[in-house]
Design a protein around this ligand. Structure first.
Ligand SMILES: Cc1ncc(COP(=O)(O)O)c(C=O)c1O
Length: 384
């Protein structure tokens, strides 16, 4: 196979645009010097727009899980009651973090592939009045659904005093995010997905209401204490050495989002989702999720007539196309296509045509071009 061809179409990490790659190659600068201060000053107001908030967005050097842990340790302490809405592997991770800190953790589990049932959340909160925080996942990457954060948040606010904590790791920057309007108290995301950066940065936007809880929270914490990040961000700085090269990249990533326009970015993601789904339907390969719940950033496909991992293996070996497998009980049952960040409708057509070759080789009874044509038609429809 030709070297350097790498079709990375998993739901993160995602490919890096050349201008971001170039920005990250800049020579190192002192993290307490004026250059870093100017960099943070430039980044600060622009990040707020991506989260749909007037609040500051704190930047922490850690993977997305570090962001989830940050949210947990800042809003609750050992013995506090919390509710976790689990619709897949990443809701499950939120619950595990809460359990590790010995919070009294209640779970509301949803069948994987479906979204959180808002009425169940309401009922639970009516019967349990000690919940300090409700943790939820916006895009559940393991299944490719997008939870209705606005509706869930409304119910939580109407029926409790609990904080609304959202994991947006696999979609913020690619789908509409309205933290303030939706009443979210902490919105987390990570660098390596729709933000088009390498792994290593996590972000936390925090509401006024959450700060009051954080200031009084007795839970022991050090590196992840959000108060330290707030104090430093007020001076355009970070409490510890930041991932400086990632900040160079972030500056450029924000420029790319601004130049395209956030609304256009969201439309591009919606289009890529629709193209992908239309193609799978035309090829008669079943999707895991219903259209109305599906995420614009990742599509989970649940084949019945062939092994998901065999398809993944064949396209990987021939084209170095990486698709993701299933997680936990969906291991071997699904394959997942990431279409977020540095990804365009042209990339989607490429992915589908390579999948068609793989399907033929696995002996599937398809007509070559069927999936591609369906995706092309979706594209053309949108241009009218
Ligand atoms: C929704 C969601 N939350 C959290 C994480 C964890 O992020 P990380 O692997 O960067 O720790 C991921 C990673 O895939 C994710 O998709």
């Amino acid at each position: 196979m030709q070297q350097d061809v790498n079709l990375l179409r998993i739901p993160g990490p995602t490919p890096i645009p050349p201008s971001i790659q170039q920005a990250m190659n800049k020579p190192m600068i002192g993290h307490r010097g004026p250059e870093t201060k100017e960099l943070v000053q430039r980044i600060k107001p622009r990040l707020k727009r991506v989260f749909g908030t007037k609040e500051d967005v704190l930047m922490i050097t850690a993977s997305g899980t570090g962001g989830l842990e940050t949210a947990a340790v800042n809003v609750a302490a050992r013995g506090d009651e919390v509710l976790v809405l689990v619709s897949g592997a990443f809701g499950d991770r939120f619950a595990k973090i809460c359990e590790a800190y010995q919070f009294k953790t209640h779970r509301l589990d949803t069948t994987w592939g479906e979204v959180v049932n808002v009425d169940e959340v309401k009922q639970f909160l009516e019967q349990n009045n000690k919940i300090k925080a409700v943790f939820m996942t916006y895009c559940e990457t393991s299944t490719g659904i997008l939870n209705p954060i606005d509706e869930i948040s409304k119910v939580v606010r109407e029926h409790s005093d609990a904080l609304v904590i959202v994991d947006g790791v696999s979609c913020v920057g690619g789908v509409e995010t309205k933290m303030d309007e939706w009443g979210v108290d902490i919105f987390i995301t990570g660098s390596q997905k729709a933000m088009m950066l390498p792994p290593g940065l996590t972000f936390a936007a925090v509401s006024e209401r959450a700060w009051k809880v954080i200031e009084n929270n007795k839970q022991e914490r050090f590196y992840f204490d959000l108060q330290a990040y707030r104090k430093n961000l007020d001076n355009d700085s970070t409490p510890f050495t930041p991932a400086v090269s990632l900040l160079f990249g972030l500056d450029q990533a924000l420029t790319l989002l601004e130049e395209e326009g956030l609304e256009e970015v969201y439309e591009r993601h919606a289009l890529m989702k629709e193209m992908t789904r239309a193609a799978m339907k035309a090829l008669q390969v079943p999707l895991l999720t219903a259209d109305e719940y599906s995420s614009p950033t990742v599509t989970a496909v649940k084949p019945e007539s062939f092994q998901a991992d065999e398809l993944r293996q064949t396209v990987k070996e021939q084209f170095n196309l990486s698709l993701a497998g299933g997680q936990q009980h969906l291991k071997g049952e699904v394959f997942r296509i990431g279409h977020m960040g540095y990804c365009s409708p042209a990339d989607v057509l490429q992915i589908i045509s390579l999948i068609e070759i793989g399907l033929k080789q696995l002996g599937e009874n398809i007509t070559l071009g069927q999936g591609v044509a369906a995706a092309q038609n979706v594209y053309l429809e949108k241009q009218r």
